[in-house]
Write a protein that binds this ligand. Structure first.
Ligand SMILES: Cc1ncc(COP(=O)(O)O)c(C=O)c1O
Length: 358
């Protein structure tokens, strides 16, 4: 094994959800005013809801334990049984959550498109479809787009989809689990993105480092309904301010996301230098998809080899790895990760060459 720093802790690139709370979060938790959120309202949870809504340019917000529940609540408010929900085909909501389809009883129609977008002609066709006519109640986009390697759908695309949804009487929901990463990439305030939707969910426990929590934002009447649905799902919590306090600090940390983006770009450069085919698309935010098909080894085999070199990543598709940068990965870790990839690539590409000749 040629790994040069085997005594150092593993470099964990599996997800930005591994981030731990900051000292400032613990301090804010200790001093946060608390109350029963189901009775009179928890003041700190209310503060977080108000502050997030303001940042997103929406009238109201609702604190939830997870972004999955935020997306679920939004879908349950917007859509019902035997209605249609049109989702971006590679989205987290459609592929990884699934509960929204199961629990609404709505028909979910996926529309694909490059880099997390929806192909507009296919979207028009879906809305104009004859025959079994289900009312389209909701459309959903995701930004930044996890499975598209952190790609950020252009604002003009979101505006176009939003206008079409409005024309057809449907709501547009944005899964903005990493919306602040998208805003950082676009160099705009978050409300410029959220302007193109009726409801939006943001997650506090990814690059922003809160231990848990998400906020759903929208109009007053939407949030009023969402509050009732949250209660039905068991998502109403009592002294919720204890974690909302960390969320308030997390919101103020959004300026640091650029550091993750810069380091992701550096990692892409290092991997490209190892083998150009590993980096099919230059990253826009904090997610890098790595294409290992040319090595003839699966993503799972790469994960195993990289782990022995001190780097943890996740297999995303059969021949694709996902690396996610976050607050615990510094410049030194990126250089070490680059060397680990070079070592792993040396082993795996060599093994393929030997196999091809035997
Ligand atoms: C795009 C996207 N949406 C939603 C979620 C769900 O977030 P949570 O883990 O808070 O439920 C994730 C989690 O990784 C995600 O990547």
């Amino acid at each position: 094994m040629t790994f040069d720093s085997s005594d150092l802790p593993a470099i964990d690139l599996r997800s930005d959800t591994v981030t731990l709370p900051t000292e400032a979060m613990y301090e804010r938790m200790r001093s946060a005013p608390l109350g029963d959120d189901a009775l009179d309202g928890d003041p700190t949870a209310r503060e977080l809801e108000g502050r997030t809504a303001e940042l997103l340019g929406k009238a109201a917000g609702l604190f939830l334990p997870s972004c999955t529940m935020a997306n679920l609540v939004a879908t349950l408010v917007h859509a019902g049984r035997a209605e249609q929900v049109i989702v971006q085909a590679d989205s987290h909501l459609y592929n990884a959550e699934r509960g929204a389809a199961v629990l609404t009883g709505a028909f979910f129609l996926p529309i694909g498109g490059p880099d997390g977008t929806m192909e507009m002609a296919a979207l028009h066709d879906a809305l104009d479809a004859r025959g079994l006519r289900l009312r389209t109640a909701m459309l959903a986009l995701e930004t930044s787009h996890n499975s598209a390697g952190g790609a950020v759908p252009p604002l003009v695309h979101m505006a176009e989809v939003h206008a079409l949804a409005a024309e057809r009487g449907a709501a547009l929901h944005i899964d903005g689990a990493r919306l602040f990463n998208a805003a950082t990439f676009l160099d705009v305030e978050a409300d410029r993105i959220a302007a193109h939707c009726d409801s939006v969910a943001i997650c506090l426990s990814k690059g922003l480092s809160a231990p848990l929590g998400a906020v759903l934002a929208g109009s007053l009447s939407f949030i009023e309904q969402a509050r009732a649905v949250r209660r039905m799902l068991g998502g109403q919590q009592r002294q919720a301010g204890i974690v909302a306090a960390a969320g308030l600090v997390a919101l103020d940390m959004r300026g640091r996301l650029i550091e993750d983006h810069v380091r992701t770009a550096r990692l892409a450069d290092l991997l490209h230098a190892v083998e150009p085919s590993l980096v099919p698309r230059f990253p826009e935010t904090n997610i890098l998809l790595v294409d290992v098909a040319a090595s003839g080894h699966s993503a799972a085999e790469w994960c195993e080899t990289l782990a022995t070199c001190g780097v943890l990543v996740r297999p995303w598709r059969r021949y694709t790895l996902r690396c996610v940068l976050h607050r615990h990965i510094d410049d030194d870790a990126i250089e070490r990760a680059g060397r680990a990839f070079a070592t792993a690539a040396g082993q795996l590409f060599r093994a393929r060459a030997v196999r091809d000749r035997s």
